[in-house]
Design a protein around this ligand. Structure first.
Ligand code: DGL
Length: 251
């Protein structure tokens, strides 16, 4: 593994940009390839085997590109495939996002909590282990079927309607919200419009710090100051997605 190689980052679409953004803040001198698998979006309703196979293909592509580490910037993909990928590729370093539920345990234990994530994440064994380990006994788990999909398409009117339908009943009853899908930080303000002021937890900043530690421990931090390139690939070759991705990254 070479410290000058790129970091591979992927998600089922452009949602993982919320993870990459946090990473770039603390690792600006690295080069990145971001793979948006919007051809197969959403991952949230797919079977474990389908997700493993999709992730396996993306990982093969990153290995071919000599990526020094692979970041799974999708909670659903992490929940369903990281164990399989680590077993299949023991020499590859995988850094995987997960819902920031431990943070609720550590910093907001007594608060009424809503975990928003895909159905796939909420039903996964990996998330259930995390949930039972850190359960604050004041938590509602909400599988948000179809939400990542409309965020991916940037349909604000539909998103507002979805949130009103599914979240209004929690207004006043929830103090803390875990954004357990990497698409959801993109609509944090719209969630707040429905729920009022709440504390949000998003796993991305913690993942970024962990990534930096792992690169440091493995002597893989890029020490050149001339890098910082970000290459974007979408599995449908959608130019509009690319534009939206870089726009979000820059704001
Ligand atoms: N962004 C993904 C996540 O974090 C999933 C969205 C989807 O494809 O369902 O779970």
């Amino acid at each position: 593994m070479n410290k000058n190689e790129k970091i591979g980052v992927f998600d089922s679409g452009i949602g993982g940009v919320t993870v990459l953004k946090e990473i770039v803040k603390i690792l600006p001198n690295e080069d990145y390839i971001y793979y948006s698998d919007s051809k197969n979006n959403p991952y949230g309703d797919k079977s474990d085997n389908e997700i493993k196979s999709l992730c396996d293909n993306i990982v093969k592509f990153f290995i071919h590109q000599n990526c020094k580490v692979i970041v799974i910037a999708c909670n659903t993909a992490s929940a369903k495939s990281v164990q399989f990928l680590r077993r299949k590729y023991p020499n590859i370093i995988f850094i995987a996002i997960e819902p920031a539920y431990k943070m609720v345990h550590d910093y907001s234990y007594n608060s009424k909590t809503l975990v928003m994530a895909t159905k796939g994440t909420i039903e996964s064994e990996k998330f259930n282990l995390l949930y039972h380990k850190y359960d604050n006994h004041k938590t509602i788990l909400l599988p948000c079927i179809g939400l990542a999909d409309i965020i991916e398409d940037g349909k604000t009117t539909e998103i507002r309607k979805y949130l009103r339908t599914h979240l209004e009943k929690y207004k006043g009853n929830v103090e803390t919200v875990v954004l357990g899908c990497t698409h959801y930080p993109l609509i944090q303000n719209l969630i707040e419009d429905v729920l009022g002021q709440v504390t949000f937890y998003n796993g991305a900043p913690y993942l970024a710090m962990h990534l930096k530690d792992v690169l440091h421990e493995n002597n893989l931090l890029n020490d050149s100051v001339s890098n910082g390139n970000i290459y974007f690939i979408d599995s449908t070759y959608n130019k509009l997605k690319e534009e939206r991705f870089f726009k979000i990254l820059k704001t």
